[in-house]
Write a protein that binds this ligand. Sequence first.
Ligand code: GLC
Length: 522
Amino acid sequence: MSIRVAFLAAECEPWAKTGGLADVVDALARALGEIGGADLELPVDVFLPRYRTVTVPPDRVTGEHTIEVADPASGISAGRATGRRAATTVRIIDVVADGYRLRLVDHPASFDRAGGYYGDEAGRDYPDNAGRFGLFCRAALAALDAEGRPPDVLHIHDWHAAPAVRYRDAAAGVGGPAILLTVHNLAYHGWTPRARVRELGPEWTSVLAPDADGIDLLGEAIERVDLVNTVSPGFAVEALTPAFGMGLDPALRSRGDLFFGIVNGLDTGLWDPATDPVIAAPYSRADRSGKAACRADLLTRVGLDPTDAGPVLGMIGRLDPQKGFDLLAEAAPTLLDDGFRLVVQGSGPTELVGGLRALAAARPAGVVLIERFDRDMARRIYAGVDGFLMPSRFEPCGTGQMISLRYGTPPIVHATGGLRDTVRDEHDSPGAGTGFVFRHPTADGLRWACGEFARRFRARGGTWESLLERGMAVDFDWRTGSAPAYIEAYRRAISLRRAIGARTTTNPAGAAVTRRAGAGSS
Ligand code: GLC
């Protein structure tokens, strides 16, 4: 049987990106297209909101049509028995993407906004986020429904696509597509206060318990979806504990072995120092000589002394408390005194980098802070620094450590989630490691690992070279392990769905929502 799969996601590189979610959605869809010929109906569909910044290349548009869906803004009357919701028009624009079909959900009132994808310029969440992403899900389901061949599997990503589960249940009962939910970030739940639930429509107002404060969209989807995974086996274990479960550990535990981890891959075509068009000189595992030119080029560009041979560490990420920029800021003065220099790129709300900004101003020869998302500069950093920092407090998978390994830049990471799964500590396994791993997410832990790194970096020689070589040899290619694991998960989700169909004759959409506020952040 050939499976028809449609993704629903709020980000997809290169169209819309704030973090790793975008890279994964794009790379997985492409990898499925490359390996899935015998198993999947191709191309894979990827539904994405058309934000203001998404420019549609006219020569790649293959189709465009409009559909009518319930208007979230008219939700006021939805709770009444007689209430009819006004319809609103959504345009679906089909675009040939690199290896899959991008399907833009164009609804200007929801997505054509001056701020970011999720909040305004000041970083405040849009109050109507549930309505916006509810409409996105509704439109994707309606577009698929209108087509001759409905999908067998909806692969939904994070809370933004979570409303799709109840819409499916209400519309199709057991006959609808199987749904696999991938949780990339457990910290964002799509918490929707009671007063806003009506924007999600009668499918949700009808099940809201009288005493519920609102709805935790991610939590709801975890409980109701056919199958749920997160993006590494290590984080799948951590997420079951109160320390990492962000209030959703009970929901995850309740799913038993229907919740599991599949480690993310890396698009090894996009991330290859031998063919990277941006970096100063190409290099490979067999011939790493070009890396020195990349280092000199990066340091010159950012205004650091390229002739200083001391260790330069890089860090790139969303400015989110998760990522540990504050740990670096705390550790940085001592690191500078020890001869380290730092090149940091952070994008997003900027209050988190106050410490680093002050340090960059006070010690410009030692710290460079790039406060924007700059794809080309990110590539130069991966290639040009000597070590790459990921002091994340938690990390479902992480992408930077895989890229830096491939670029011959040993990662220095906190032992958490996917970081622990993908980086082997040279201190614990001398001669077999690929990077440096610290156990405590503190400035001391970070400094300790940087010290371990520097000792080997300064000694250079064979030990150092073979560390780099082992890192560059790790095979993170999506096509090797991770994309096939998703195809397996699709099959499993389909058979679970069929089993429910065989057992149930009535629509199982009923169960009331009794969630309380405070389970997690937005
Ligand atoms: C989120 C997680 C990150 C993961 C990415 C892609 O950004 O925080 O760990 O790598 O999603 O799955």
